[in-house]
Design a protein. Structure first.
Length: 264
């Protein structure tokens, strides 16, 4: 690389880091489960499939490998676009980047979820976070830590059932966000996005998915199956959640990363 090109590249990198608030001493935490044969999907969906293609040294003397993959939009660490449960809502490619990058908050309700697999996170849980951290959830990407990520990829422990098919849906037991709390986050705190470390932002025993409906009515997307929230502090980090940009998609696999502020 020429000196002038190296200088340009370095300047661009520094500008990108500054824009995201990333310092050289910042820590990066990957909040994404890998996509492979163990990836958890909704009981009615097929799993992730990696179709192996050619791999080896070619006649030209260089190594070459190329595979294909197949998967549903909703499975693994992914984003739910508003169109998923709201007619006329934004599709994946229409979700503004501002909703996908921003200051994060990790609300830990794992103790309550350990006591009740069907727990629904309440307004009081969020108010308690604000009091404890002397901060507001205003304009944040709010991540809800139920602690269920530790069960991944055990379907039985994670979902409440290891069964597949439509009949298995009634057997799902995992925590979610109460629709009244979703209403509060939208109208009182105007959050950017909400995420959770379970298979759905609605709890497993839902039938009408009211939390999805309430969020998506206001074009607030949801991140599901988020990983490793136990490594996050309650406050003091930035979230970057970039999904595959599927035109017209109702959801997409998503790489979610937390950037922790550097220590003074």
């Amino acid at each position: 690389m020429k000196p002038s090109s190296l200088m340009t590249f370095t300047l661009a990198l520094c500008c990108a880091q500054s824009a995201l608030g990333v310092e050289r001493t910042s820590r990066l935490i990957d909040l994404t489960h890998p996509f492979d044969e163990r990836t958890i999907y909704w009981p009615t969906e097929d799993g992730f499939k990696l179709l192996r293609g050619p791999a080896g040294v070619t006649e030209g003397g260089y190594y070459y490998a190329a595979n294909r993959f197949m998967c549903a939009e909703h499975g693994g660490t992914h984003i739910d676009a508003p169109i998923h449960f709201w007619e006329g809502g934004q599709t994946v490619d229409e979700v503004p980047l501002r909703r996908l990058i921003g200051p994060g908050a990790c609300v830990d309700v794992s103790a309550k979820c350990d006591a009740d697999r069907d727990y629904q996170v309440t307004v009081e849980d969020f108010k308690r976070w604000e009091t404890a951290n002397e901060a507001t959830l205003e304009d944040r990407i709010v991540l809800i830590r139920t602690g269920f990520s530790r069960y991944w990829p055990d379907r039985g422990k994670y979902l409440g059932t290891s069964d597949s098919g439509q009949a298995a849906v009634a057997k799902l037991h995992f925590p979610g966000l109460d629709p009244a709390a979703a209403e509060w986050l939208i109208t009182r705190r105007r959050i950017r996005t909400v995420g959770i470390d379970t298979a759905s932002i609605d709890h497993g025993q839902t039938r009408a998915f009211p939390t999805h409906v309430r969020l998506f009515r206001d074009n607030v997307p949801a991140l599901e199956n988020v990983a490793q929230m136990g490594k996050l502090p309650a406050d003091g980090f930035t979230v970057v959640a970039l999904p595959m940009k599927i035109g017209g998609g109702s959801g997409a696999p998503c790489r979610v990363v937390a950037i922790l502020e550097s220590a003074d």
